[in-house]
Structures are given as structure tokens and as C-alpha cells.
Design a protein around this ligand. Structure first.
Ligand code: DQA
Length: 148
């Protein structure tokens, strides 16, 4: 199956940005690890990061023609602000798992609401870079179950 990893604003700074909150792994490290896991299991993974809401929306629209089984999305700060990204996901009926490195439930009040949580398959939050691996494993399992 084809999976899509989407990361939102400032996640290009991973590894350097507030490492006590977000960890030491860079986004390149995370993408390489996930690529390897997907390929080993006979799947395909596309990766995209942008600081731009418009580019993320366009990437979600493009997924309509790519037969994406499931996306793994960390919308970053757009989690708490973006009706437009939410509408894009609903518009192309892209099913997705929401991922956050930090446990947003333990953080500031403005991080307590997600525009994605109620339309996601599920949310993985607080496990750092490992959360992406957990999300990919869940997505692969779902794809396998769906073909059974
Ligand atoms: C984040 C949590 C968001 O609140 C924050 O704006 C981020 C990263 C996380 O992965 O923990 O940029 O999505």
C-alpha cells in the first residue's frame, strides 16, 4: 500500500528545536527510519514537510490521485488553528492518523484543542519520534486487515 507522511510548520527544525520537548532526532532521521520500515514490509511511503498551509493543502489534494491508503500527519501548530487543512482532508476523504511528538494534553491551554482529532482514525501523542513508528505500524496493520 501507499502511505503519506505529512509534517507541518517548524518540524524541519526537529533535532534542534526545543529538544527537551521534541527530542534529538531530525526529520530526516525520522523519514529515513519510516521509509525503511515501509519498504521492508513491501509498502511505499511518500514524505512531505512544509511550513506553508497552502502547500500542505495542495499536497493533500494531490493525494487524491495517488491511491494513498492512509496518511500520518503531524499538523504541528496548524493542529490548533487550521480549519482549511481539516477541510482539505475531508474534501479528498483522506483517512489519517494524527501524530504529535509531545503530549499536547500536558501542555498549554491553546494546545488542548485539535481541529483533527475528531476526524482522525486515532491520535498518537507524547511518544516522541517513536510515535511516527507506532502510527506507521498501525497504518500498515490496517491496510493488511483491509485486504483480508
Ligand atoms: C506538535 C505540538 C504542537 O502544539 C506544536 O505546535 C508543534 C508540534 C508536536 O508534535 O508535539 O509544532 O504537533
Amino acid at each position: 500500500a501507499h502511505f503519506l507522511l505529512l509534517n507541518g510548520p517548524n518540524l524541519n527544525l526537529l533535532g534542534h528545536r526545543e529538544p527537551q520537548v521534541y527530542g534529538r532526532d531530525t526529520l530526516a532521521d525520522i523519514e529515513a527510519r519510516l521509509q525503511q520500515i515501509a519498504e521492508q514490509a513491501g509498502h511505499r511511503l511518500s514524505c512531505f514537510q512544509s511550513n506553508s498551509e497552502a502547500e500542505l493543502i495542495d499536497r493533500i489534494h494531490a493525494a487524491r490521485d495517488e491511491d494513498v491508503a492512509c496518511a500520518l500527519i503531524n499538523p504541528a501548530a496548524f493542529t490548533h488553528t487550521s480549519v482549511a487543512l481539516r477541510d482539505a482532508l475531508l474534501g479528498v476523504e483522506l483517512s489519517f492518523i494524527e501524530v504529535h511528538l509531545s503530549n499536547i494534553a500536558k501542555r498549554e491551554a491553546f494546545r488542548q484543542h485539535s481541529y483533527f482529532a475528531d476526524i482522525a482514525i486515532g491520535t498518537i501523542t507524547g511518544f516522541g519520534a517513536q510515535g511516527y513508528v507506532m502510527a506507521l505500524n498501525a497504518a500498515m496493520q490496517r491496510a493488511t486487515d483491509a485486504t483480508r
